[in-house]
Design a binder for this molecule. Structure first.
Ligand code: KPL
Length: 307
């Protein structure tokens, strides 16, 4: 029998991955943050509801806390980017020299900090484009089926345990250059998420709200991607962004959802990371910088953290 898959984080993405594993009969454990959350989970008989296209699928997933004692071989980290450092610190005593981690975060920066924290472990990064949100603590709505690209920033082949993801019907592919994929995703998030947050609009309304700023922003993002070794023409980048806007036109971006719920956003791992790297590369990115400042001000006015 293979080791259980541990999924760290009871947010929408953690629940989505846990639900699909449970549906496929894969032994998986959800790691929750607080004793209260665990108590409530167990009081509902470990029940998790996966809702897709209005149909509810009741499933059972066992949950535990980070300080349970069993060692962890395969850990999928599904927390928000800003929660990763604390969450992996809590789980560190349960990792062994053979443990492997798979990081599902948005943006960039949190992944590199985990790689630095565990230099001897294999740490894989993923880009996930599924859309999901939580109706309640144990009820998750899978709003948009996406694609998952997984890779190892240090190179190498896909480890065998990832085959369990195929068994769980998770549409994933091994990606030899995962950092380039994550940089392009970060650029897409920089082009969409701030406008949806500033104007409280769906993704489809971004070009109208952004107006003349949009092409200037894409030019800054294009420069930034080039400086990171991502070979994409301006036209290709523009098309990728417009395609995502079209495909997710009716969706609320993750940043807009966070803002509406009064939650901390991932601004620092998206725009913050972009602006810091632009400075380090000696680039001039005035439109990106101004958008970052405007968003910081918007969050500050609502009492939300800027990091
Ligand atoms: O990844 C996204 C997000 O909301 O963070 C996009 C691509 C904008 C889709 O909503």
């Amino acid at each position: 029998m293979s080791d259980p898959l541990h999924i760290l984080g009871g947010g929408s993405l953690g629940l989505l991955w846990a639900a699909r594993c449970a549906q496929a009969g894969i032994d998986c454990r959800l790691i929750l943050r607080t004793p209260q959350a665990l108590e409530q989970w167990q009081a509902r008989d470990d029940r998790l509801i996966l809702e897709q296209q209005g149909v509810q699928h009741p499933l059972q997933v066992r949950a535990e806390l980070a300080d349970a004692t069993s060692p962890i071989q395969h850990l999928i980290v599904a927390t928000k980017a800003w929660a990763v450092a604390g969450a992996v610190d809590d789980i560190a005593p349960r990792l062994t020299e053979h443990s492997q981690l798979l990081l599902l975060q948005n943006g960039l920066g949190s992944q590199q900090s985990v790689s630095q924290r565990f230099p001897a472990l294999r740490v894989l990064y993923a880009s996930v484009t599924d859309g999901a949100w939580k109706r309640s603590a144990n009820h998750m709505v899978w709003a948009g089926v996406g694609q998952t690209l997984i890779g190892d920033p240090q190179g190498g082949q896909a480890p065998a345990w990832l085959q369990q993801l195929s068994q769980a019907q998770i549409a994933w592919q091994w990606e030899p250059d995962i950092l380039a994929v994550l940089w392009v995703k970060l650029a897409i998030n920089c082009a969409i998420n701030p406008f949806t947050a500033l104007h409280d609009c769906a993704n489809g309304a971004v070009p109208v709200h952004a107006g003349a700023v949009f092409p200037a922003l894409l030019a800054d993002l294009h420069q930034l991607l080039n400086s990171q070794g991502v070979a994409l023409s301006f036209e290709q980048l523009q098309q990728r962004i417009l395609d995502v806007i079209q495909a997710t036109a009716g969706n609320s971006s993750s940043m807009r959802q966070d803002l509406a719920a009064g939650r901390r956003t991932e601004i620092d791992f998206i725009l913050g990371h972009a602006c810091r790297n632009a400075r380090q590369a000696g680039l001039d990115t005035p439109t990106l910088d101004a958008l970052y400042q405007q968003l910081r001000q918007h969050l500050a006015e609502r009492g939300l953290p800027l990091d």
